[in-house]
Design a protein around this ligand. Structure first.
Ligand code: DX5
Ligand code: ZN
Length: 228
């Protein structure tokens, strides 16, 4: 075993790994998706951007529909768009399992959460690195998961922002104290080093884009993140 992983006795649980398709080879999506399945990915993370909330564009509904047809792994869609409401029904029909929207763009969050749940999906609230947890405290009893951004959204391959660790710790403690069941997801700048403090902090789902897709061996990269 890699030495850097032998000292991880404090680990409490193995998180789900959600490779982000943003860093895949877009010319070969079908085979990339199959490779992630074969490599042991638990969820497939889809970054949906509109060029307004973030300065980048990815894929829209026709491409997501094609992805859903070939993916054997549940889909985790992360909406980085100004009007997430427009996407709920079509994404539910496509078969998305986890759907998160950004706190920064929604005025009526409870309504959004309820709508996502009514369409049979797990509802998540996403927070930019600069947005404090205090802005979502009153939503925590309603959400199925919280997505903590550990980079400013829009691009893969950015540097992990460490203040996100405290957010994960807070959410884990708050969950215990209030006997809540939401999952905690982290997204951005994850690699075999940056994941380490997140395990004892209570992370449940780890998104990893460039770390997995830029590795020579996806299975090895995912195993390293799971520390097995
Ligand atoms: C950034 C996206 C991330 C991104 C992560 O806007 O939300 O999901 O794909 O990429 P890495 O793991 O390379 O930071
Ligand atoms: Zn994402």
């Amino acid at each position: 075993m890699d030495k850097s992983f032998s000292d991880n006795a404090y680990s409490t649980k193995i998180p789900k790994i959600a490779p982000s398709l943003l860093s895949a080879d877009f010319c070969c999506l079908k085979s990339e998706i199959k490779s992630i399945h074969d490599a042991g990915g638990d969820l497939l993370h889809l970054d949906i951007m509109d060029g307004h909330f973030v300065p980048n564009l990815t894929f829209g509904l026709p491409v997501i529909e094609a992805i859903a047809k070939v993916s054997q792994i549940p889909l985790d869609a992360h909406l980085m768009v100004m009007n997430p409401d427009l996407y709920i029904e079509p994404l539910a029909k496509i078969g998305i399992k986890y759907l998160s929207f950004h706190q920064e763009v929604v005025h009526h969050s409870h309504r959004m959460i309820q709508k996502i749940k009514d369409f049979g999906m797990k509802a998540g609230i996403a927070l930019n690195p600069g947005t404090p947890i205090s802005t979502i405290l009153d939503l925590l009893m309603d959400v199925d998961f919280v997505l903590i951004m550990s980079v400013n959204p829009g691009f893969g391959g950015q540097k992990f922002i460490k203040t996100s660790i405290k957010k994960v710790q807070f959410l884990n403690n708050f969950r215990k104290e209030n006997q809540l069941k939401y999952e905690i997801e982290i997204d951005g700048g994850i690699n075999a080093e940056t994941i380490k403090p997140l395990i004892p902090a209570g992370i449940d789902i780890v998104v990893a884009g460039s770390y997995v897709f830029q590795s020579d061996d996806y299975q090895k990269a995912i195993r390293r993140l799971k520390n097995v």
